[in-house]
Design a protein around this ligand. Structure first.
Ligand SMILES: Cc1ncc(COP(=O)(O)O)c(C=O)c1O
Length: 439
């Protein structure tokens, strides 16, 4: 059957589709150690809260019917929009009204709208692109543009922060904001790396965006005020030129598919209009489940006192296990400043991490090879084949077993495969040459 360009673009098998399929099938067969995928942990105290809320909804006369039997407005449920605006104003004093907020069926679909609103063909046939200043960046953006060649990414600058640790930064000396940039987009905390842009970097990006009259899209799916899976003290920012994406997923509600956009009214109207066309309205379940917690502020308390400490402890424990298991290997882990992912860089691996993924899969350990997070680069970058993403939200014993098998497999690869010079002509990673000598 002949599909339109749109149909072809969105139905063509992408690498990530194949990978997710692979991960899904392996999961279904069971028995595997699942360190791939983006599922949050099942935190018992948090699950109990959502169960309690469901029971309250069912026990309140008419509440369940009001939740499932009505379409909301395309912008969202007014009570939710108002309560969220109030909560955020109380916390940060941003002066939001309900008109600054829209709810979508997932932040994934919010980003589909936003990335296509600000890239592609504009009036006078001008072509514009989304600029991603901090590659590697969230895999979920990679195939979202309706038009071809709509993304432009810049490699991060690498700072070595310790013997076996590093941190990515925006390389402002390389960023070029030309006429063809329609928006700047970055996730903070960043999936896949666990990076959190510093306040200075965000201010700098916001300044550049404003200067060039393009919006800054800040994806806050793991950030503050909820779910607060962020381990460094940074300042949340918003202004009329910033579009903030949020989500209920990492609160432990990935299946309710609720995304939130905070932006100037004109952008909220456009997002609502797109939501009406694509979905008529968003589902109400997530909004109704969380509404009393947003009204009372309990959502902040559970984020700070349950969710944040839960992942912070897991982050420490997995890093400890890595230090023990990876002893003697040439590796570096990105500073884990947020999210529930570890980004591990194997510097002298003679095979790509796509091949390592296959080998690990044969041993029942599923990770995500790093190459999928390097879309939109102008030049190839060897670094893309040297990293893996590990989701550490599973039970500690499972995560630890997975880490041990990864260490063992990397050792086996190093023993059996002679080091091959990379012949692809790919330039070395920025900052690679500045690596401190390792003992
Ligand atoms: C950075 C980032 N943005 C957006 C999303 C999408 O979240 P949602 O479940 O709300 O679609 C994810 C999901 O993993 C993510 O990691």
């Amino acid at each position: 059957m002949d599909f339109s360009r749109f149909g072809k673009k969105f139905s063509a098998g992408t690498g990530i589709l194949a990978l997710m399929d692979d991960l899904g099938k392996a999961m279904e067969q069971g028995g595997d150690i699942m360190l791939g995928g983006g599922n949050p942990a099942h935190i018992p105290q948090i699950n109990r809260i959502w169960r309690r809320r469901m029971e309250e909804i069912l026990a309140t006369e008419g509440e369940f019917e009001r939740m499932v039997a009505n379409y909301d407005t395309p912008q969202g449920r007014y009570s939710f929009l108002e309560a969220l605006a109030e909560l955020i104003n109380r916390e940060y004093g941003w002066g939001l009204s309900a008109k600054n907020i829209a709810v979508t069926n997932s932040s994934q679909s919010a980003f589909f709208f936003l990335l296509n609103m600000f890239s592609g063909t504009f009036d006078n046939d001008k072509k514009k692109k989304i600029l991603f200043p901090l590659t590697p960046e969230y895999i979920g953006y990679a195939d979202q543009a309706a038009e071809a060649d709509a993304f432009l990414s810049y490699p991060s600058k690498i700072e070595f922060t310790g013997e076996n640790s590093f941190k990515y930064h925006v390389d402002f000396s390389k960023l070029e904001i030309t006429e063809e940039v329609g928006a700047i987009c970055v996730s903070r905390p960043t999936n896949p790396t666990g990076n959190v842009l510093t306040d200075e970097e965000v201010q700098h990006l916001a300044g550049i965006a404003e200067e060039h009259s393009v919006p800054l899209l800040l994806d806050n799916a793991y950030g503050t005020p909820f779910p607060q899976i962020i381990f460094v003290d940074v300042k949340p920012v918003w202004n009329e030129n910033i579009v903030l994406g949020m989500s209920l997923s990492k609160l432990g509600l990935p299946s309710v598919r609720t995304g939130i956009v905070i932006a100037r009214e004109e952008i909220i109207e456009a997002v609502s209009s797109m939501n009406a066309i694509v979905s008529l309205a968003s589902g109400a379940l997530g909004q109704v489940l969380t509404l009393p917690l947003i009204k009372s502020g309990e959502i902040l308390k559970i984020s700070r006192e349950i969710i944040n400490p839960y992942y912070r402890r897991k982050s420490h424990q997995v890093l400890y296990r890595i230090r023990e298991s990876f002893e003697g290997l040439d590796y570096a882990v990105h500073e884990n400043e947020g999210t529930f992912f570890l980004w591990i860089w194997f510097k002298k691996l003679p095979i790509t991490t796509r091949e390592l993924y296959e080998r690990l899969k044969r041993r029942g350990v599923l990770v995500v090879p790093g190459c999928y997070f390097f879309f939109g680069l102008k030049q190839p970058w060897a670094h893309r084949d040297e990293c893996i993403r590990v989701n550490y939200s599973q039970d500690d014993n499972i995560v630890n077993r997975g880490i041990e098998i990864i260490a063992d497999e990397v050792r086996a690869v190093l023993k059996k495969t002679p080091r091959q010079e990379k012949t692809s002509g790919i330039p070395p990673a920025t900052g690679w040459e500045k690596a401190p000598s390792r003992t």
